[in-house]
Design a protein around this ligand. Structure first.
Ligand code: COI
Length: 368
């Protein structure tokens, strides 16, 4: 890594400090922005990626004509680093995020980042911020937020000629208050769509998340912390939550059911949980899920890097078309009141791998 007056770090490989030594309330982190020591930044100019730098200031100068600002030419990732009992720190499946960011980049005509370069960048920024990695036993993780965007000016609708890639890091705890212990109630959204089948839905581009803001805020006001979207074309099939993928569990038949759709984000957590479920003798079905089928699930899970494995207590559809007009037109699908056995088992297994407490048989942990 190179460095300038604004930047810190050199050589790129030194571990600066010890995990958990920053002055933070480790067991009460939640999921909020916090300043850390540095972020990593790298610019694509004249057809090539320049050397990355570690930058201390959380501010940057951006051209007023940047395509990211005007036309949403931007995508991001989310992955985590965990402390193990021996004090070593590991990234969870960063190669998967490296591949996914390139898929997203391709969809909105941005340059790819070679996966080994992406993983090295993740490593370097974690090493420089090692004091901010929550200590083993705290339940937290260092969340990495890689961001790639068109930083060059264009006013006609065209891709930028310059791109900026950065990775910011934030120590985090639970995304939804109460974590695994407290099932979250969700609202099925009929008035809005998250993503069109041939749109940018399965890419992790910034605009997909903007589409959720109105329903998300409205639902929260009504007492539903999470929204569940249906397929935009027919509104008959389950797609994904505001923040995460959908999993339905049928305990009688040991089935793990998750939507297969061109507008659902390919979640690394879902992929990992599918492997764990198969290892546990469950059948994994990736297919269409009709809304009515929600009735058949014993447990429903929201899964993703940020939300990990979040139990869903109920899902409410306020204006259920099946009920017609007049009278109460809402339907509430209820799942296990407490945390379901399968939800807990999947959570325990993935978290134990991430924490280095059980053997990492699939080689998902990358040592920093
Ligand atoms: C993640 O889970 O990493 C995400 O990017 C989802 C975001 C809404 C927090």
């Amino acid at each position: 890594l190179s460095s300038t007056a604004e930047e810190v770090g050199s050589g790129g490989t030194a571990v600066v400090g010890t995990p958990g030594t920053a002055d933070l309330p480790w067991s009460e982190l939640g999921f909020e922005y916090r300043d850390t020591k540095s972020h990593l930044r790298m610019v694509y100019r004249d057809g090539r990626w320049e050397e990355p730098t570690l930058v201390e200031s959380p501010y940057m100068q951006v051209h007023i004509g940047a395509t990211a600002l005007h036309y949403g030419q931007a995508c991001f990732e989310g992955l985590k680093a965990f402390s193990h009992a021996d004090g070593d720190v590991y990234l969870f499946r960063p190669d998967e995020n490296g591949m996914r960011i390139n898929r997203s980049a391709n969809r909105v005509m941005m340059p790819e980042i070679p996966v080994d370069m992406f993983v090295r960048a993740c490593n370097d920024v974690v090493r420089d911020n090692i004091a901010y990695v929550p200590p083993y036993g705290s339940g937290g993780a260092l969340y990495l937020r890689p961001l790639l965007f068109g930083s060059g000016p264009r006013i006609g609708l065209q891709p930028s000629e310059e791109y900026t890639f950065l990775i910011m890091v934030i120590p985090v705890g639970d995304y939804y208050k109460g974590g695994l212990a407290k099932p979250v109630n969700g609202l099925i959204i009929d008035e809005y769509d998250r993503a069109a089948p041939r749109g940018v839905g399965s890419a992790k581009v910034a605009g997909n998340y903007a589409a959720d803001l109105i329903p998300n805020v409205q639902a929260k006001k009504m007492g539903y912390p999470i929204c569940l979207y249906l397929d935009a074309a027919t509104h008959t099939k389950v797609e994904e939550f505001s923040t995460s993928n959908f999993i339905g569990i049928d305990n009688t038949n040991k089935r793990y059911v998750t939507p297969s759709s061109p507008s659902v984000l390919p979640s690394v957590t879902n992929k990992s949980l599918q492997t764990i479920a198969r290892d546990r003798g469950m059948t994994v079905e990736a297919r269409d899920i009709l809304v009515e089928e929600l009735d058949t699930f014993d447990e429903v899970i929201a899964c993703g890097t940020a939300v990990v494995v979040t139990p869903i207590g109920s899902l409410t559809r306020l204006n259920d078309p099946a009920k017609g007009v007049g009278g109460d037109s809402s339907t509430m699908y209820r799942f296990t009141e407490d945390v379901g056995v399968t939800t807990r088992a999947l959570y325990d297994q993935v978290r134990s791998i991430q924490n280095g407490e059980i053997e990492d048989v699939h080689n998902w942990n990358f040592k920093v």
